[in-house]
Design a binder for this molecule. Structure first.
Ligand code: GLP
Length: 243
């Protein structure tokens, strides 16, 4: 059973999860963090920046992103490499060479997954992986139907995901159709997982992921099998949980 924490406000979730990360980093300055994009984890990154400003040293942390769009030009502000650089790396003083994002360059897709897996293995695996959940039940970009044991691979984005993420782009047509994502199997290898979700709009998928059958139809349902999962929700996102 995961540890489930329901907080009144996302900011509180940010503080709580940031404290967990800080404890990990203070215990082992070279910890390996798995970082997620999307709006949900931004409260965590904001709280972590406050810890950095108060003197916590993140300079030895290694960070691995969950996923990256295929085909965005290098430096595109909505590429996840740019987002992680802006939202996580810069504010915490982590050297750029210690931050890894899957390579979404179409020219290198054949072995992008393997290269990323190798980098994670070389770092000794992920200590703590932050996760959001997509409306489709995706974690990373593992859409319904993805294998629950897959490693980093190229995934076709669900139309719902493209629509949801079009808010970051000028038009829906600008949202890539493909992504390189850690597989559910990669995510499950992290020693500790923290899933965050906020708002009523996430309530149904959160309930299916945590209380429904473990199935490829809801990739996040695999998280039920992880031995060290913490779920942090606000009241809206928790509102359809039965247990
Ligand atoms: C994105 C990311 C996921 C993220 C999800 C939810 O597409 N690939 O890692 O968890 O969608 O995003 P948000 O937190 O903005 O709801």
């Amino acid at each position: 059973m995961p540890e489930l924490i329901v907080v009144p406000e996302p900011d509180e979730a940010g503080e709580l999860v940031a404290s967990k990360v800080v404890a990990l980093v203070q215990n082992n300055p070279g910890s390996v963090l798995g970082v997620a994009t999307g709006t949900t984890p931004l409260v965590v990154y904001r709280a972590l920046r406050r810890h950095f400003e108060a003197g916590v040293d993140f300079s030895k942390v290694r960070a691995f992103a969950l996923d990256e769009y295929v085909g965005l030009p290098a430096g595109h502000p909505e590429s996840y490499a740019s987002v992680i650089d802006r939202e996580v790396r810069q504010g915490l003083g982590i050297p750029a060479a210690q931050v890894h994002v899957p390579d979404g360059d179409p020219a290198g897709l054949d072995n992008a997954g393997q290269r990323f897996e190798d980098a994670i293995a070389q770092a000794g695996g992920v200590d703590l992986q932050l996760l959001g959940i997509g409306a489709t039940g995706h974690i990373g970009f593992n859409e319904p139907g993805s294998s629950l044991t897959s490693l980093t691979h190229v995934e076709t984005l669900a139309e719902q995901t493209r629509i949801d993420n079009s808010r970051f782009f000028d038009t829906l047509a600008d949202v890539p159709h493909l992504a390189v994502t850690q597989g559910v199997g990669t995510i499950m290898r992290a020693r500790e997982l923290v899933l965050l979700a906020f708002g009523q709009a996430k309530a149904q998928i959160v309930a299916r992921a945590l209380e429904g059958p473990i199935s490829e139809d809801v990739p996040a349902s695999a998280l039920q099998m992880h031995p060290h999962l913490t779920v942090v929700l606000d009241e809206g996102a928790a509102s359809q949980l039965k247990r």
